[in-house]
Every structure is written in C-alpha cells, then in structure tokens.
Design a protein around this ligand. Structure first.
Ligand code: IFM
Length: 457
C-alpha cells in the first residue's frame, strides 16, 4: 500500500492518539442476506421491501452482500485494512422468532461466530442492538408504538449480552432513533411506512425508554461494559439571515437535535417543541424520563452533512423545511444529494460536547455515496470518496486538537450494501460489491484508508 503521509495536507494516523479506534460500521439487514436461514423470521424491512413502490429498484435485503455466509472474507478485509474495531448490528428476527419465546440458538451461534472472528482478527467488536430490523410480528401488534415492544427489546438486550458479554464490551442500544421514529412513522419512506406524527413521537419515546432501561440491564450482564446510543445529527444553518428563517431553524433544531439529546441528558423534551406538536406529544408514564436520562459511557454521533432550514408556514407543525441542497460554485454534493462539508463534523462534535458534556464521543458513522464504476483494469477510482474521507479525518483531528473528547471513527461502510429505500442504487462502501457474483473489490478509498492506517506514526 502506498503511504499517504507524504502530503503534509493530509491527516496521518500518527496525528491521533495511539489508542484511537479506527473502524468501519455495517448493519445486519443491509449486508447479511440469508433472510430465511436458520430460523430467521420476517422483519419490517422484508415486508416493506415486498410492497410495490417502496424501494426504488424494487429490491430487498434478502440476499444483500450474503455476509451471513461470507463474513470470514469480510472480516479478513477489515483486518487487512488495519482496522482495530468493527461495528455491526444484531438482526432481532434471527434471535426471537416469537415474542416471549426462547432465543433461537442458531441466531445466537451466528453472532458468536462473528464476534469470535472479530477477536481472532484483532477487531474490537461494537454491537448495535437495534438498527431498524424489527420483527414483523411485533409490528403487527403495534411495533414501537406499543410499550410491549420496549419489553421485547429488553429480552433481546438480555439474550445478546448474556451470550456475548464476556467478549463484547461495547454496546450501542439504538442506531439513529430519528430514522426509526420520524422517517419510519411520520415521513413514511422507511419501514413500517406510517405517516402520523403522534405515532412517530410515541415510537420515539418508546425507543428512548428502551435505551434507558437497557443500559442497567447490559451493565448487569457485562462486566466492564461501555454502553451508549448513536444519534444521526446535522449542524443546522438558516437559509438566510431573515429572522423568520433563523426562528425556523430553531424550531427544527428542537425536534431534530434537542428532542433526543435533552431527554437523554435529564432535561426532558424541549418545551417549545412540545407546544408545537400539541396533541401529538407522546404519552409519558411516571419514571420514564428518569429512565431515559440514565448515565451512559459514550455518545455515538453519525455525521453526514449539514441541513439548511427555511421558514415555511405550510410545512407541518414546526413550520420549517429542509432545503434541497444544490451543487454549485464551491458547493459539492454526493450522489445522495448531500452536501459535503467536513468542517460540519468538527462543528457538530464541539456543539454536542459544549451543550451536554456527554463524556467520550465516537463518530459511529461517516461516509459518502458516489456512482462508482469498475474500470477495465478492475480498479474503482472513487477519488471523490477518498477526498471525503481525508477531509473528514482532517476535521476530526481539528476537533480533537480543539479539545473535543472524540475517541474513535467508524467509516460507513465497509461494504456497498442495501441502502434502504434506495435499494442497491447507492454505494457507500470502501469495498465494492458486485451483487451478481458477490465479488468484493477494494476501492481506491479503501486502499487509502488502509494506507492511512498502516502508515502509522
Ligand atoms: O445506510 C445508512 C445507515 O443504515 C444509517 N445511517 C446512514 C447510512 C447512509 O444513509
């Protein structure tokens, strides 16, 4: 691998502390495939994907990267890149085939093999309990809208931490509750596809509650556990300096940022947002807010891009709308249409630390989507993704230099994978996957990350 350190403008691994974590992140439904293997039952994403018009290319995660069978090869790639950590998620439908039943031994065995495979390769396992693949049988009883799902989640947390707690010390309860709650139940373009704010906010409350109740349970089962939650967050900008846009940005911030971080840090749901959502506010029982505010060991931040907000009196209870980013002079966007703004990462981490003092931060996702092509010589010259990665690592280093306590970085994603409503049309991987042959090919961005990690200090 070439050494990346010759360009003084590029970050070097040696700029970061020795014990900094360098990982890649993945999620079960997006890569595992093997939808019917070993007693796995249907998830809300299987059902959603089977509904015509929901997934842009009509695909599903039924096969995906076939990681369920090919994980040794995938973990070899992760090891060869020089990663020292690997973030994965548990497919709930592999573990509990029915509510209140016994855990499925074959599902547990799979994750045990996977974790042992990580440890054998020097990869510290970071397990996420919920990355969106709720069993469909729970959705049929109301899903996260029902309090019973909180208890079913605790059964999952209990089963997984009992089985893996001697080897997995880092646990993330939920990935991006915003997506579970708001995209899945208000905007409706993720499973289960509801479009009701009241439902979305109740879902959100139950997700946060399940996090709060899971933390002590995980600690009871896992000695030296480190437990946290991963939030998807965006720095916000007002579309103009007009006070109406600035006020709209504040309103949006109330739901997008403070609705999660305030209750997690003992401040309850933001009063202004509660006023705005009115009768759609969630039912909260005695003790819920105290449970949600449990102290955690770290906060995971998933950063992709900043959002620009415009005042729009006709747009929902917040009367605020996110502007579609446009490419233009000095403005770059990815194939997802997301603006590229590395400084936003440093800005966001600094804000979270200033506002909440949450303890150690980890960037649990960051990455970019481009329309990659395989050249005749087999190379994937994804220069834009390489630049994205380099510039975000430089921003991370700047944040750290400025006093942000950030201790690790997980690139999204190791592999190209099933990008939810976009199907396989969107590629985020450092490794290209040919879905027809399941061939894996390291992209130039992956080569650069590997060279960065091997460059050492
Ligand atoms: O693919 C997703 C992931 O599942 C959650 N965070 C954002 C990624 C890119 O959209």
């Amino acid at each position: 691998m070439s050494t990346p350190s010759s360009d003084p403008g590029l970050p070097r691994r040696g700029d970061f502390p020795q014990d900094f974590l360098w990982g890649c992140a993945t999620s079960s439904y997006q890569i595992e495939g093997a939808a019917d293997a070993d007693g796995r039952v249907e998830s809300i994403w299987d059902r959603f994907a089977a509904t015509p018009g929901r997934i842009r290319d009509g695909s599903s995660g039924a096969v995906a990267c076939d990681h369920y069978h090919r994980w040794p090869q995938d973990l070899d790639i992760a090891r060869d890149l020089g990663l020292n950590a690997y973030r994965f998620s548990i497919a709930w439908p592999r573990i509990f085939g029915e509510a209140g039943g016994a855990p499925n031994a074959k599902g547990l065995d799979f994750y045990e093999r996977l974790v042992d495979g990580m440890l054998e390769r020097g990869l510290q396992p970071w397990a996420t309990l919920y990355h969106w693949d709720l069993p469909q049988y729970l959705q049929e009883r109301g899903g996260w809208n029902e309090r019973a799902t909180v208890h079913a989640f605790l059964d999952l947390a209990d089963a997984m931490t009992r089985r893996l707690g001697d080897r997995v010390k880092h646990w993330i309860t939920h990935n991006e509750p915003w997506c579970t709650a708001i995209i899945g139940n208000y905007e409706g373009w993720h499973a289960p596809g509801n479009t009701d704010l009241r439902t979305a906010l109740q879902v959100c409350h139950h997700v946060l509650l399940s996090h709060g109740l899971a933390v002590p349970l995980i600690r009871a089962n896992v000695s030296d556990a480190k437990v946290g939650i991963s939030l998807s967050l965006h720095p916000l900008r007002a579309a103009t300096a007009d006070p109406r846009d600035v006020a709209a940005m504040e309103r949006h911030d109330g739901l997008r940022y403070r609705w999660f971080l305030d209750p997690l840090h003992g401040r309850g749901y933001p009063a202004q947002t509660l006023d705005l959502v009115g009768a759609s506010a969630p039912r909260v029982e005695d003790g819920d807010m105290e449970a949600i505010a449990v102290a955690t060991d770290f906060l995971g931040v998933n950063y992709y891009f900043p959002e620009t907000i415009v005042d729009d009196p006709a747009h929902g209870p917040l009367r605020a709308r996110v502007l579609e980013p446009q490419a233009g002079e000095g403005r770059e966007i990815t194939a997802m249409g997301w603006p590229v703004e590395p400084a936003g990462l440093a800005e966001l981490l600094a804000r979270v630390q200033r506002d909440y003092r949450p303890g150690p931060l980890y960037v649990t996702e960051n990455g970019s989507c481009y329309d990659d092509t395989v050249d005749a010589d087999g190379a994937i010259r994804d220069t834009a993704r390489t630049r994205y990665l380099q510039r975000h690592l430089a921003a991370l280093h700047a944040a750290q230099r400025d006093g942000v306590d950030v201790r690790g970085y997980f690139a999204w994603s190791l592999l190209d994978n099933f990008e939810w409503a976009e199907g396989y049309l969107r590629r985020f991987g450092l490794v290209h996957v040919d879905y027809a042959t399941q061939e894996r090919r390291l992209k130039d961005s992956g080569k650069w990350y590997g060279a960065f990690l091997h460059g050492g200090d």
